[in-house]
Design a protein around this ligand. Structure first.
Ligand code: LLP
Length: 461
């Protein structure tokens, strides 16, 4: 939950002093409700703790907020005001950055398949860095910049082969996936050279490229600092070897994002300061051992800044109860009698179109009755959406008071990252708006779609 979320005396959930009833009345449901002060505080916490941990190592850390987790112009403004930079991954995200007016040198561009138009846009905006993902792309970026009579500022994204313990689809530093330049030997046609080394050699020789340094991102929703520290060590060793072999200096090292948050009470993320300290310790000792000055370190947190700032507000509609088999090993039914138990389905007015994470990654969320309190007994419930799919689950298992009824409001916390960003119009549902609450007032930072928006692109029969 975001910092300012609490219950008022009447039992309503409030955020920044605004009740969920007021939010519903003003903006409707479903609605993403974001605590602006909480966003700013989490952004600052990353910047301050990493700055402190790395102050003596490299003078501080550049924190690039990963806009893919949630992006709009208001957020870009907050990010800037809190002293962070912005990480983008497409021309569309660059367009948001441009509209927000952030200086190009504070913006980075990612992507494993950047178009020529996106590369040109990045150069037009004077981007601080383009993170190149492959040998192919390195040549394309370099050639486009050369034709323009410029040098593109480039970081090379490497795959350090560190296995992060997270869902397969969001783990990104192992070999067999689409991102990055492999550090394993003999991965290219040049005997003995890894793709990563071939890229360093090509980048430092290309007249259209200024090679800033190296980048890695080992995955997402990671709790333990070890993976980040190991990746940092591997990249530093490689950086030192390349600097020596090619007589170059790479002044920057980006260690990506991926810091986990708590979606449910079983999740145990570490505070930013603890992760920063663990990473700083490895960078300090590795640089000392290698006898090199530490490059300037940067990181790219998305989820850990925005994820917990937001909850989704839904209205309850249809309810139904079924009897299901007791789960194996639960003890229930083992005497041969009570082999089923009730599960109540609580349908809400959104679903997989505003939160695809349960269906995509089996992600767990929680939910609470937000519009009132209840002394009714807790009942095992499954919160589901209104889409035409049985996998359209918002919260798989949650205890809600048994008197929850149509018209009640539910709040699902932890939906700030990769929910609105991954939203769709499945079943022609309009995407919800996003409201920022601060000091007792709420304002739309992204308006919800209307039926007209949905029909606008239909060109007619
Ligand atoms: N940097 C790079 C290069 C990335 O690819 C990502 C996330 C980040 C930074 C930010 O990672 P974060 O700090 O937010 O974990 N849709 C998935 C997550 C995909 C992550 C994609 N890349 C989910 O909902 O869990």
């Amino acid at each position: 939950w975001a910092g300012s979320v609490e219950r008022n005396d009447a039992g309503s959930l409030t955020v920044g002093g605004v009740t969920v009833q007021e939010l519903k009345e003003q903006f409707g449901t479903p609605l993403f409700v974001m605590d602006e002060a909480d966003f700013r505080a989490r952004a600052r916490a990353f910047k301050d703790s990493f700055d402190a941990a790395f102050a003596e190592i490299c003078g501080g850390v550049d924190v690039y907020y990963a806009g893919k987790s949630f992006l709009c112009t208001a957020v870009v403004k907050w990010v800037e005001e809190e002293g962070l930079r912005l990480d983008t991954a497409s021309g569309g995200e660059l367009a948001v950055a441009a509209r927000a007016g952030i200086a190009g040198e504070r913006v980075a561009l990612h992507g494993n398949n950047k178009s020529d138009a996106e590369i040109n846009r990045a150069l037009d905006m004077g981007l601080g860095r383009i993170v190149v993902d492959s040998l192919d792309e390195l040549v394309r970026v370099g050639d486009i910049a050369r034709v323009r009579g410029e040098q593109a500022k480039v970081m090379l994204r490497l795959t350090p082969g560190v296995h992060a313990h997270t869902h397969e689809f969001i783990a990104t530093a192992h070999e067999d996936q689409k991102f990055g330049l492999s550090m394993a030997a003999d991965t290219t046609d040049q005997a003995g050279l890894s793709a990563a080394e071939e890229a360093v050699a090509a980048a430092s020789a290309h007249p259209g490229i200024e090679l800033l340094g190296l980048h890695c991102h080992i995955g997402s929703q990671i709790f333990e600092p070890d993976g980040f520290a190991l990746a940092a060590e591997k990249l530093l060793r490689f950086l030192a070897a390349m600097q020596e072999k090619y007589s170059i200096v790479m002044p920057e090292l980006d260690l990506g994002g991926g810091y986990g948050i708590a979606y449910t009470p079983v999740d145990t993320p570490r505070p930013a300061a603890e992760i920063a300290e663990a990473m700083a310790a490895v960078v300090r000792s590795t640089c000392a051992e290698l006898g090199i000055a530490s490059p300037r370190i940067s990181i790219e947190p998305g989820r850990a800044i925005v994820g917990s700032t937001t909850f989704t507000l839904y209205e309850v509609g249809t309810l139904k109860t079924v009897r299901v088999d007791a789960p194996a090993g639960s003890g229930a039914g083992e005497d041969g009698n009570n082999v089923t138990y009730p599960r109540r389905y609580v349908s809400v007015d959104g679903g997989m179109s505003d939160n695809a994470r349960p269906v995509l990654y089996d992600a767990d969320y929680s939910a609470i009755l937000a519009s009132r309190t209840s002394t009714a007994a807790p009942q095992l419930s499954r919160v589901v959406g209104k889409h035409c799919e049985s996998g359209d689950i918002v919260v798989r298992d949650v205890y809600l008071p048994e008197d929850v009824a149509a018209g009640d409001l539910l709040a699902v916390p932890g939906t700030g990252a990769y929910c609105w960003a991954l939203s769709s119009n499945y079943n022609y549902l309009a995407r919800p708006g996003v409201v920022a609450v601060r000091d007792g007032s709420a304002r739309l930072i992204v308006r919800g779609e209307t039926e007209e928006d949905l029909l606008n692109r239909d060109m007619g029969a």
